[in-house]
Design a protein around this ligand. Structure first.
Ligand code: ADP
Ligand code: MG
Ligand code: MG
Length: 200
């Protein structure tokens, strides 16, 4: 991954625009199985990163990702903030070490494992991890960005059939079935925004 400051600033802008565009939808998903704030939470987080984008983009990539993670923790709040924050902070820490596709895949795997530990959650729990694991598998296969984005979308859709075992939605038990998980949905949107940039 060779991202320069221009790439990073552009990616931040794309992620912020994608979340902004779909904020109402994310909150509607969260209204069905949670407390209805996921769109507002994510918008707040991405706005805060966007406000700092020039300073962030000027940092070396590992420090930039760590800073994004911290800003997300401080601004998304709720359950999703520490999880997205952990993902970005661990990516930043890992990417400092090496700079090959293999190293990126290994770092991503490590960062996703840290998210799972933080949430005490795993595959099939109906969370953003149900998007992150399949995305990781496509990254290992070195799939094209368009394919990774499509995989993320279909993985988010597949959470509809799951019963939530973590987070607020788990309080609903079987009534959580039949609704897409909001965190999985935001994760697919962000994946698509990032992949879209690398497709060009
Ligand atoms: P809150 O539930 O505090 O209002 P959000 O609405 O912003 O937080 O985020 C909810 C999302 O967070 C869920 O849709 C789910 O994807 C994710 N989530 C919640 N708890 C966990 C957990 N323990 N592990 C992994 N993901 C979780
Ligand atoms: Mg919520
Ligand atoms: Mg909340």
């Amino acid at each position: 991954m060779h991202l320069d400051a221009t790439d990073l600033a552009a990616l931040i802008g794309l992620c912020r625009a994608e979340i902004d565009r779909h904020g109402e939808h994310l909150s509607a998903l969260d209204s069905a199985i949670g407390d209805g704030d996921h769109g507002a939470n994510m918008r707040r987080g991405l706005e805060a990163v966007f406000a700092e984008r020039d300073a962030i983009a000027a940092l070396p990539l590992p420090a930039a990702l760590e800073r994004i993670g911290l800003v997300l923790v401080m601004n998304i709040g709720g359950a999703a903030g520490p999880l997205y924050g952990t993902l970005l902070m661990e990516l930043g820490r890992g990417l400092g070490i090496a700079d090959t596709p293999e190293a990126f895949a290994a770092t991503l795997e490590h960062a996703i494992a840290a998210v799972a530990r933080r949430g005490r959650s795993g595959p099939g729990d109906k969370t953003l991890l149900d998007v992150l694991y399949p995305v990781q598998a496509e990254v290992v296969r070195r799939s094209a960005p368009g394919r990774i984005a499509a995989c993320a979308r279909s993985a988010a859709h597949s959470t509809e059939a799951m019963q939530a075992r973590r987070g607020r939605a788990s309080f609903l038990g079987p009534r959580s079935i039949g609704h897409e998980d909001p965190g999985a949905s935001s994760c697919a949107l962000l994946t698509a925004a990032i992949c879209g940039y690398f497709e060009e």
